[in-house]
Design a binder for this molecule. Structure first.
Ligand code: SF4
Length: 423
């Protein structure tokens, strides 16, 4: 049985039966009581637009970014009125390139601190080499940022050019040094399966990231992104992607180089130093998304904010929530959602699995198959993904992103308030 057949058998029937987003009104946006939440903030501005990028982002415009900041501040108040002054255990700021809005970021984080109980060192922020300055990093340090993630992608000019990044390798190295002067806890994002990239090329990039003293390294294959966009991009530039086998070898190379250098898996894409904190938004069971295109997952529900930036601002200014569609989750879907993201994080407790899914025959069978196929193994109190398991789950994550998340995102990009989206 191929891995895709397994996925179809275990995960898709439920998703096909219930996997539908429907349009909601303000009164349908309900947040259950909780003591703590994870928070995701989307800042959609970038200094230049990469041709393969599927995210909800636009070129930085100062007036629009002011309006956007004011809307986010109002959205924070709206959320606070619904959940109260709860504790924030993880605050992930993504985009776009969040640091492009400069001082406005300070206003937003200050507002979060006023309205919620933000635990120390829980801010994780994404940025790009072309947006890093001493002033911005000093500000992030003062705000109590726990980790800065730098989208380097490659330390070689030919690959940066090939994927349309508008900085060179030296700028990336200088940017890393600036960040480290203020926040000595960095993630470096690298891309592999780039046009004409060899394993040696990728190994060079991995070693550069280690030399730069990254606490975390995350490696994404280029075709994590929707095929159509990547396809169009390759056609325009008339280049070829490395083969599937080469992708597999590159993934194993990343695993081997990083684990030999004292990194441990943190997700199917990421490796961290053993004592490094876990920063993630999507794998939390209760997280709230702020900003255009952000998502919110709470028990029994999954909501998505409008993707249109002007519409987001308009809705918030008229006192409405930004959430425009929701999907209802059965208890079983919630438990499978938990399992899916725990597998993505490469480990989960046996006792938690037992509590949630032991009475579910299909889930028990899934674990048996994963064990028999050497995709997972038991280590003490946990199930742990093996090296082989990580490769196949990263492919699976790719497939889910392209076929399901990509489908919903595609609709949301076209329509600010879709009536219905079927997965
Ligand atoms: S910098 Fe990041 S978010 Fe912005 S266009 Fe490039 S890949 Fe997309």
């Amino acid at each position: 049985m191929s891995i895709w057949k397994l996925v179809e058998y275990f995960f898709l029937p439920e998703l096909r039966r219930y996997g539908k987003f429907t349009h909601i009104k303000e009164q349908d946006f309900i947040l259950p009581e909780t003591k703590e939440i994870g928070l995701y903030l989307h800042i959609p501005f970038c200094r230049s637009l990469c041709p393969y990028c599927p995210y909800d982002r636009i070129l930085l415009e100062n007036t629009l970014s002011e309006h956007y900041t004011n809307a986010v501040i109002k959205e924070i108040e709206l959320i606070k009125n619904k959940v109260g002054k709860v504790e924030i255990t993880s605050f992930y700021i993504g985009g776009g390139t969040p640091t492009t809005i400069g001082k406005n970021l300070e206003k937003i984080v200050t507002k979060i601190k006023d309205e919620f109980l933000l635990k120390e060192n829980t801010i994780f922020i994404e940025t790009n080499p072309n947006d890093i300055t001493e002033e911005k990093m000093a500000m992030l340090k003062d705000l109590g940022t726990g980790m800065v993630s730098i989208g380097v992608q490659s330390f070689q000019n030919k690959f940066l050019r090939a994927i349309g990044r508008n900085y060179d390798a030296q700028t990336a190295m200088n940017a890393i040094e600036i960040v480290k002067k203020y926040i000595n806890n960095i993630n470096i994002d690298l891309m592999f399966v780039l046009p004409e990239q060899s394993e040696k090329d990728f190994e060079y990039d991995l070693k550069k990231a280690i030399e730069a003293e990254a606490q975390q390294v995350t490696g994404y294959p280029l075709f994590t992104f929707p095929y159509s966009q990547v396809g169009k991009f390759l056609k325009i530039n008339s280049v070829k992607l490395p083969s599937f086998n080469s992708r597999k070898r590159m993934f194993y190379l990343m695993y081997d180089v990083l684990t030999e250098n004292e990194f441990v898996p943190a997700s199917v894409w990421g490796f961290k130093k053993p004592d490094g904190a876990e920063f993630s938004s999507v794998s939390r069971m209760y997280y709230i998304g702020l900003g255009a295109s952000a998502a919110t997952k709470v028990p029994g529900k999954f909501y998505m904010n409008t993707f249109s930036i002007p519409h987001y601002i308009e809705r918030i200014n008229s006192g409405e929530c930004a959430e425009v569609v929701k999907m209802d989750y059965t208890k079983r879907m919630d438990d499978y959602y938990w399992l899916y993201w725990k597998i993505y994080e490469t480990r989960f407790q046996k006792s938690e699995f037992k509590k949630r899914l032991h009475s579910d025959k299909k889930a028990r069978l899934l674990i048996k198959i994963l064990e028999a196929g050497n995709f997972i193994k038991i280590k003490g109190t946990h199930y742990i993904l093996t090296r082989k398991g990580m490769f196949y789950v990263h492919l699976l994550q790719n497939q889910v992103a392209l076929n399901h998340i990509g489908k919903a995102w595609g609709k949301m990009m076209q329509d600010p308030e879709p009536h219905e989206i079927h997965l």
